[in-house]
Write a new protein. Structure first.
Length: 535
């Protein structure tokens, strides 16, 4: 009840005074007030995290109803990327200042505001298999992997998909970015203060020695005075320099201001922090999506075992019927598929191609497609057994999607701007949006450096280009061994913002003008970008 006692609300202040007085009858009255007052309970619950609301909902019926309403109204996305220290990001270098990996995860999940409905994780091989509880001092702790930690931390109703690939692309929330920036500035200031103090002590020592020295000759005294002046000048300059550095580090405005209270974070879209491309190093990126009206994500396991064992299908050719496609994805005939993500680990090539074609035919090629070949995949349904593949079907009347293929001929960072402008021209709302980027492991830093000026910084080239065009959209993905995707650029207009009602009173989706482009869906040395916008 600490949140109640510390509140600024007048009713709560009164309750605090009564509690401190030790009056048991008044405490009972306060308990009745908190359990019966919908308005007061709602004010308090708005300052609590998802886990805190979930815990107190079991106290009484009023708290359960208020908690359910509060969580239903929260639409905020949550995401986190853990990467090596000193790796360049789109906003410079950042170090992850946390005592341990397990504490970082615990802190992240403890302060979630929205209830996660879907979770996608992109991990390097090392992160996929490492023990999150392992430490240098204690080797007796039990083994807890990334997948096990996610299953224990997420609600039982949250759908989970984990992708293990060569490299990871991710974004950090601004609150974590500012926390790590402030931690780094504090460490730097401690070092500067220590060095500045050493210089001042050394200078004072020199001055005292010169004052104590005997000056028998006037010329010698003048030389000593000159030496004293030269010795005193550096500490004076360094002192001012140190103060200037401290001021610039602590008072410079942040590009993404830190929200001071949980209530402030609920008033609008959360700030998007930096993005990063981690190639062939340890990293993990998490994306948590809450329930959103008119948005549905189907995370489905994809196996070609039935297809391969059926000799009739092998002889008839690689075809998948619409009924089979809907059965695999869990979609109904009425569901309008907007985007399809496909993560292929060990599928038969013919089956993968047939599945993609079935998706494109189902939507008359009005579909944003993205994904690629990865090392390992797991879902919540697959328990601890690895799958050959899994996919994510994005549908619903309140979601729009676009995708674009950046081909291997794009070897110059300036060329990326043209592709981002095409994606931007779709006009998708960015108030609540996310993006996925699936790039070939042959691209990245070495790709652009080989085709450009070796002296130029080519870190995070593609994420920088994307964030420049979409500064308020976080991006997630991986570096894989082959890309799946298409270019789908629908034009979003004002009339598409809402689902309209037809003559019969039923909801019908507004058609978006589309020019059919039939292109290949499998690529090499390319990058696929998918943009999703929730209306």
């Amino acid at each position: 009840m600490s949140s109640v006692i510390n509140s600024d609300d007048s009713d709560v202040k009164m309750s605090s005074n009564v509690i401190n007085s030790g009056d048991s009858d008044s405490c009972i009255q306060i308990g009745n007030l908190l359990s019966g007052s919908w308005e007061l309970t709602q004010k308090i619950f708005k300052t609590l995290s998802f886990r805190e609301v979930s815990r107190v909902r079991g106290v009484c019926r009023t708290w359960a109803d208020v908690g359910a309403k509060i969580l239903e109204q929260r639409r905020r996305l949550h995401y986190l990327t853990i990467h090596p220290h000193g790796v360049l990001t789109t906003h410079g270098k950042f170090a992850v200042f946390e005592s341990s990996t397990s504490s970082l995860f615990e802190n992240f999940f403890e302060h979630l505001l929205s209830k996660p409905q879907y979770c996608l994780a992109f991990s390097s091989t090392e992160w996929f298999t490492r023990n999150l509880l392992a430490s240098a001092d204690d080797n007796s702790k039990s083994n807890v992997t990334l997948v096990q930690n996610l299953k224990e931390s997420l609600p039982a109703t949250c759908e989970l998909g984990v992708v293990c690939a060569v490299g990871v692309i991710g974004t950090v929330e601004s609150s974590y970015q500012n926390h790590w920036r402030e931690s780094g500035q504090q460490v730097n200031q401690e070092i500067l203060s220590f060095l500045s103090g050493e210089e001042e002590r050394e200078a004072s020592k020199i001055v005292e020695e010169e004052k104590a020295g005997k000056r028998s000759v006037r010329t010698r005294g003048r030389m000593a005075a000159a030496g004293r002046g030269a010795a005193e000048a550096p500490p004076h300059i360094n002192k001012n320099s140190s103060n200037t550095t401290h001021t610039s580090n602590t008072t410079a405005p942040s590009p993404h201001p830190t929200n001071n209270t949980i209530a402030d974070k609920l008033t609008g879209q959360a700030g998007v922090g930096y993005s990063i491309e981690v190639e062939r190093e340890e990293a993990v990126s998490l994306l948590l999506i809450p329930h959103h009206p008119g948005l549905q994500l189907k995370i489905f396991d994809l196996s070609d075992e039935k297809y391969i064992k059926n000799p009739c299908k092998r002889m008839m050719g690689p075809t998948i019927s619409q009924e089979e496609f809907d059965q695999i994805t869990g979609l109904s005939k009425q569901d309008s598929l907007k985007a399809l993500l496909l993560f292929d680990a060990r599928l038969d090539d013919c089956f993968t191609e047939a599945f993609v074609q079935a998706a494109l035919v189902r939507q008359n090629h009005k579909l944003a497609l993205g994904g690629g070949m990865v090392d390992t995949v797991l879902t919540g349904q697959s328990a601890n057994s690895e799958l050959p593949s899994f996919g994510v079907a994005v549908s619903g009347p309140n979601v729009t999607a676009a995708s674009i293929v950046i081909p291997k001929c794009a070897t110059n960072p300036r060329m990326l701007n043209d592709y981002m402008k095409q994606l931007k021209s779709c006009g998708l709302p960015e108030e609540q949006s996310i993006a996925f980027m699936f790039s070939c492991c042959g691209r990245g830093y070495a790709w652009y450096r080989r085709h450009g000026n070796p002296s130029t910084d080519y870190h995070n080239v593609e994420t920088k280009a994307f964030r420049q065009a979409f500064p308020n959209t976080p991006v997630f993905g991986f570096f894989g061994d082959g890309e799946i995707g298409n270019t789908h650029l629908p034009k979003f207009t004002e009339k598409d913002k809402k689902v309209q009602e037809g003559d019969d009173g039923e909801e019908e989706e507004v058609e978006v003008p589309y020019k059919k482009r039939k292109k290949k869906a499998f690529h090499q040395f390319s990058t696929i970008v998918i943009l999703l916008s929730f209306l």
